[in-house]
Design a protein around this ligand. Structure first.
Ligand code: PSU
Ligand code: MN
Length: 307
């Protein structure tokens, strides 16, 4: 037994799937507690799991519950995190040991979900958006730990690109430095979460999950450690108007600045404010892009296990 196994509870369904080499998709929990209001967050999390099952894979929602690293949450645990919302500790790499020591509930970010998925042996992960280099980072140094994790941990993250609350060109530069491929799924442009385009190109465009699975296997077979960003544009029907969303983002950034919001509060604050300003449209778009990512991640997991 490895030392880390004493800290992790893998659900019997996920464990069995992993042992049999069946496709499994990891899901994060900050998106549940900090990303959307209750009860929409819980409904979304459960629907995402359903979509992954329909795609032929097993969902493994990840969080820390009373100090235990959980891979494959029960519906009750998802409900508990969703209800508690921002009261659950947003848990990135540095927080994990303390959430364990204090037996707290922790909502895992992209970084910490990657860490726990990797320990459990899960290679494919679906979410909404990743953290990145914030605008003004040349003064604040606010660069998400998600980028460092992508630089070192062998998990592919299917997302809808990077939100323009971030500095997208600097985020792409950082990922390049860390050796993280940014792959567009059937797109040559990096999507910007709510919109299908950002004005910035991806490193590679891939047309099929099968082709992407081959690249993933080659990367990890060669011990080229680290993740891959798989950028999947929001479906056209749920795309937001470019100017509307960017106007809201500018406003939110100004407000965060006025109120002196920094550190780990920054991303949740900006996301909540943008949602407030754009109302139901952005929430709908957010939910639909997560569903879309879940569909692609399931296909990718199926293709990967066939190699
Ligand atoms: N971006 C989004 N939605 C999110 C997040 C980021 O569009 O829910 C969450 C993810 O959990 C991500 C985290 O890992 O915020 C990044 O936080 P920070 O920027 O503080 O590293
Ligand atoms: Mn930050």
């Amino acid at each position: 037994m490895q030392a880390y196994e004493a800290y992790i509870d893998i659900s019997s369904e996920v464990r069995e799937a992993l042992e049999k080499g069946k496709p499994v998709v990891a899901l994060e929990s900050t998106i549940i507690s900090h990303g959307m209001p209750y009860p929409m967050n819980v409904e979304t999390a459960l629907t995402v799991e359903k979509i992954i099952r329909e795609g032929g894979a097993i969902p493994a929602t990840i969080a820390i519950v009373q100090g235990r690293l959980k891979v494959g949450l029960t519906h009750e645990e998802i409900d508990r995190l969703g209800k508690a919302g921002q009261d659950v500790v947003k848990t990135s790499r540095r927080d994990i040991p303390f959430i364990i020591a204090y037996k707290l509930d922790g909502a895992t970010t992209v970084a910490s979900t990657m860490i726990i998925a990797n320990l459990a042996g899960i290679k494919i992960f679906a979410t909404g958006g990743i953290g990145g280099v914030h605008r003004g980072a040349e003064h604040t140094f606010d660069i998400s730990a998600d980028l460092e994790e992508l630089g070192r941990t062998d998990v592919a993250v299917v997302c809808a690109g990077a939100k323009s609350i971030l500095d997208i060109p600097l985020t792409l530069e950082y990922l390049e430095t860390k050796g993280v491929p940014v792959v567009g799924y059937q797109t040559e442009e990096l999507p910007a979460f709510y919109t299908r385009k950002s004005g910035h190109g991806v490193d590679y465009t891939i047309q099929t999950p099968e082709a992407l699975a081959v690249a993933l296997k080659a990367k990890w077979d060669l011990d080229l450690h680290g993740g891959i960003v798989v950028a999947n544009p929001v479906p056209k029907a749920f795309e937001m108007d470019f100017d509307t969303i960017n106007h809201a983002i500018e406003h939110a950034l100004k407000e965060a600045n006025t109120r002196g919001i920094t550190g780990k509060e920054s991303t949740p604050f900006l996301l909540a404010m943008v949602k407030e300003l754009t109302g139901g449209d952005s929430l709908r778009s957010n939910i639909e892009l997560v569903y879309n990512n879940a569909r692609l991640a399931a296909k990718l997991a199926v293709a990967y296990t066939k190699l």
